[in-house]
Write a protein that binds this ligand. Structure first.
Ligand code: ZN
Ligand code: ZN
Ligand code: ZN
Ligand code: ZN
Length: 802
């Protein structure tokens, strides 16, 4: 996903292994990224480009009118089955495959408007009706569309517009009696109904629909940091030769305080599993729904009614405005490169988009910076060559301190010591060139070269530093070529930076069957992005902050009390609750090139048995914990039992397979089968796993879901409480995982009408989730709704008894 597809990776690795030793050495020892790029790029041969072209040929990214028809028919089937959500998504796929101003696209929009109408999304439905009309919806079908429009307007409380639509409709009936008699009668009947509704509403004052809820407006930093836009004034920026840049609390910070709120400098939507064609299915078009179908390609907002790019079928946006902005800033260049970018991976895509976005800043400055830093100084200036940066640079401090500090500006800061949230900051993220393997650098360099050649072949139209059309024409090809290598080196730098600096934008997706009454959620990766301010935070396996996202905006909140002077830390992925110290350290070393010495790592290094996974097995005779490495023996007094680790591990794997199968039955609504299997798993687990084992938690959680689906709230709550205990042991009582589990328990109590338990659990869940997400989170609002509903149910308290 992030890196190029495996076929291209192994192709390039083989190419590398066949290179003469001398060339390998030249590339491996290249001192700068500029040299690396210059030595690697000419090695990309036409046959390599042909191979890459064949690979990317498997992605369907262009428009295909046949696909449009296919998706519309599939959508109609879902519509008939009353699966309006499914229908809307398939119509959207139809929309994105139809050319602009075609009958195909207008029919897809019109059908989608019908699905949206049934989903109660009236505003969006109206927009689709207008889209259908502007793309040339057939005249003979207009009455149907106008009726839907009138019904929407009535429902939205806009009677004046509704009656105007009715007038239009009547005159269109009179002018063109193109409908058959029976159709005409049906329409007449609906029209009568709408007219009645219009008259009813006309007597009421007109209510304008509420402005779109801008969830994020309410979330703001209490006081913005003067030196680091996007960060709170409770933190300050420091630099140190060993740790690099990092943030420190300038005062005591309470759990839940917002510390960073930052929009991504660049983000690229992760399209999900995009299948390659041919895939051996009956049709070359897939009806699978991915992230790319449900989220805006620019702002990542969730939408059921995307508008597609006019030139391709893969870029879809939440609105015309987003589409235009994306086109102006980057998509005009990217549009024709969709298949190539899918083949080369997200890092390559982010690298390209970063350089494209850089054009919108001070172009002269950026180009000069790129040319200067790369060609002259050498782009991968080793960090040690920088003047000693031992100076503690208190950006939050008073004015008089500032003067001293400016002597050694922190990388990414401007002359006044202000951290810029712009391309300059992105540029200064470390590429760690010396740490990457030569093969990896070669792969990145050739992938970027291939991209540059494509850009060159595409005529470089928008890829020049200035977008003015007159300048485009005046640009001379040789000049552009020189410029392209500058862009190439910049993209290579970004590709290497991304391994350590890429931030995954995640979203909470609801899982489980449509019928299940308690929501189960799963964190999914939505996009790969770069955040200059978030990048300032160092890692800890037990962080003191929590990160969440709304669209492309990241927020970081304190997840615990942070004392003044303590470092602000977040977790890069390997969290102490998820893996043992050895695995964490190995992951951090291979991806981020450092050895973690956070408190849990230090602690677990001393006492390896403290980590998760250890001490997880117990004796089947006396239930005491089993201890040891390859052969475990019982720790119980007077018990001689011993067993090999291999045996226990294979038992555990068997159990996990069984649990997986049961979860699948659960998703497919085969509840009884699932419960039987899960009860079997439960007794199996009891015989050799500790009660806190994560698999035990998974079994309890699945049982709770199954009983909830059967309406047995009591049993569901009992199992959920057991699962909650496991989550608490692994993630801690105030973790976000705990918050989600409490949310589920609150739903179960709520549905079971256990009022006092529900209120208590709602309060706990709210408290935990508030710390991680702030007040505008969907789950928190759901909890508040449940609470007010329950409070209405409670009998009015009678005065205290004497
Ligand atoms: Zn958007
Ligand atoms: Zn496009
Ligand atoms: Zn650690
Ligand atoms: Zn024993």
């Amino acid at each position: 996903m992030d890196l190029p597809v495996d076929e291209w990776k192994s192709y390039i690795l083989q190419k590398w292994s066949l290179l003469p030793k001398s060339i390998q050495v030249t590339i491996s020892t290249a001192e700068t990224l500029h040299d690396l790029f210059l030595h690697s790029s000419p090695l990309l041969q036409p046959e390599d480009e042909m191979f890459l072209k064949r690979l990317s040929g498997g992605y369907l990214v262009g428009k295909d009118p046949d696909a449009s028809l296919f998706y519309r028919e599939k959508g109609n089937q879902k519509f008939q089955a009353k699966d309006y959500m499914g229908a809307a998504v398939l119509y959207s796929k139809g929309v994105s495959h139809s050319g602009p101003s075609s009958t195909d696209i207008s029919l897809c929009y019109a059908n989608r408007s019908a699905a949206l109408f049934h989903l109660g999304q009236y505003e969006t439905c109206l927009k689709d009706i207008v889209r259908a009309q502007t793309h040339g919806y057939p005249e003979r079908l207009q009455p149907k569309l106008l009726l839907r429009k009138a019904e929407c307007l009535v429902t939205l409380g806009r009677p004046q517009e509704a009656s105007q639509t009715v007038i239009d409709l009547e005159s269109s009936f009179a002018a063109k009696p193109t409908l058959s008699a029976s159709q005409f009668q049906i329409l007449q009947r609906i029209l009568c109904r709408v007219k009645v509704k219009v008259q009813e509403k006309e007597n009421l004052p007109e209510i304008f629909p509420e402005a779109l809820t801008k969830t994020f407006e309410g979330v703001d930093l209490r006081e913005e940091n003067e030196q680091i836009p996007g960060a709170s004034s409770s933190v300050s920026l420091h630099v140190d030769p060993l740790k690099g840049r990092y943030l420190v609390a300038t005062k005591d910070i309470l759990p839940g305080e917002l510390l960073v709120k930052e929009d991504a400098f660049v983000s690229v939507l992760n399209p999900g599993e995009v299948p390659l064609w041919p895939r051996g299915l009956e049709s070359k078009w897939d009806i699978q729904v991915t992230n790319g179908d449900l989220h805006c390609h620019r702002c990542l907002r969730h939408t059921l009614a995307p508008v597609p790019c006019d030139g391709c079928s893969y870029a879809k946006y939440c609105s015309q405005e987003c589409m235009q902005q994306a086109w102006d800033r980057y998509h005009s260049v990217e549009c024709s490169l969709g298949a190539l970018l899918l083949t080369l991976g997200l890092f390559c895509h982010v690298a390209l988009r970063s350089t494209l976005l850089a054009r919108f800043e001070d172009v002269g400055k950026v180009t000069k910076k790129l040319c200067g830093e790369m060609s002259n100084q050498g782009i991968c200036l080793p960090e040690s060559k920088n003047p000693a940066q031992t100076l503690k640079y208190d950006l939050g401090g008073e004015g008089d301190k500032k003067d001293k500090a400016v002597e050694t500006p922190i990388p990414g800061c401007d002359i006044n010591g202000k951290y810029e949230r712009n391309y300059n900051a992105i540029f200064h993220l470390l590429p760690h060139t010396e740490n990457h393997s030569p093969e990896h650098k070669f792969l990145c360099a050739l992938s970027v070269s291939a991209l540059c050649r494509q850009l060159e072949a595409a005529g470089l139209q928008a890829f020049t530093t200035d977008l003015k059309p007159t300048k485009l024409k005046a640009a001379e090809p040789p000049v552009l070529c020189a410029e392209l290598s500058v862009w190439g080196v910049a993209m290579l730098r970004h590709m290497l930076q991304l391994q350590c600096n890429a931030q995954a934008i995640t979203t909470i997706q609801q899982t489980g069957s449509k019928e299940s009454l308690i929501t189960d959620t799963r964190r999914v990766r939505l996009a790969t992005a770069l955040f200059p301010v978030v990048s300032l935070l160092n890692h800890s396996c037990s962080p003191n902050t929590s990160v969440s996202f709304i669209g492309t905006i990241a927020t970081i909140r304190a997840s615990q009390l942070i004392r003044s002077g303590q470092e602000i830390l977040h977790c890069y992925g390997p969290h102490e609750s998820r893996m043992g110290v050895a695995e964490r350290r190995q992951k951090l070393r291979s991806q981020y090139f450092f050895d973690c010495d956070c408190p849990p790592c230090e602690r677990e290094k001393q006492r390896p048995s403290a980590g998760p996974g250890r001490g997880a097995f117990r004796c089947h005779r006396c239930r005491a914990l089993l201890q040891g490495d390859d052969v475990l023996s019982c720790s119980g007094p007077a018990c001689m039992e011993s067993v090999s680790r291999d045996l226990l591990v294979s038992r555990l794997q068997d159990l996990q397979r069984q649990v997986g199968a049961a979860q699948k039955h659960l998703r497919n609504g085969r509840l009884e089968v699932a419960i039987q299997l899960l009860l079997g798993c439960q007794s199996d687990a009891e015989s050799f796993l500790s009660a806190e084992h994560s698999v035990v938690g998974e079994i309890e959680d699945a049982l709770a879901q199954a009983y909830a689906a059967l309406g047995d709230w009591e049993k569901s709550a009992t199992h959920l409480q057991k699962s909650l205990q496991v989550v608490e042991v692994h993630h801690g009582p105030s973790s976000v995982e705990m918050g989600h589990e409490l949310f589920k328990l609150a739903q179960v109590f709520f549905n079971g009408c256990a009022v006092p338990e529900a209120l208590k659990t709602i309060q706990k869940a709210e408290k935990v989730l508030l710390v991680h997400y702030g007040p505008w989170n969907d789950e928190i609002r759901e909890l508040q709704k449940m609470k007010s509903c329950l409070l209405d149910l409670l009998p009015i308290p009678v005065g205290p008894k004497e």
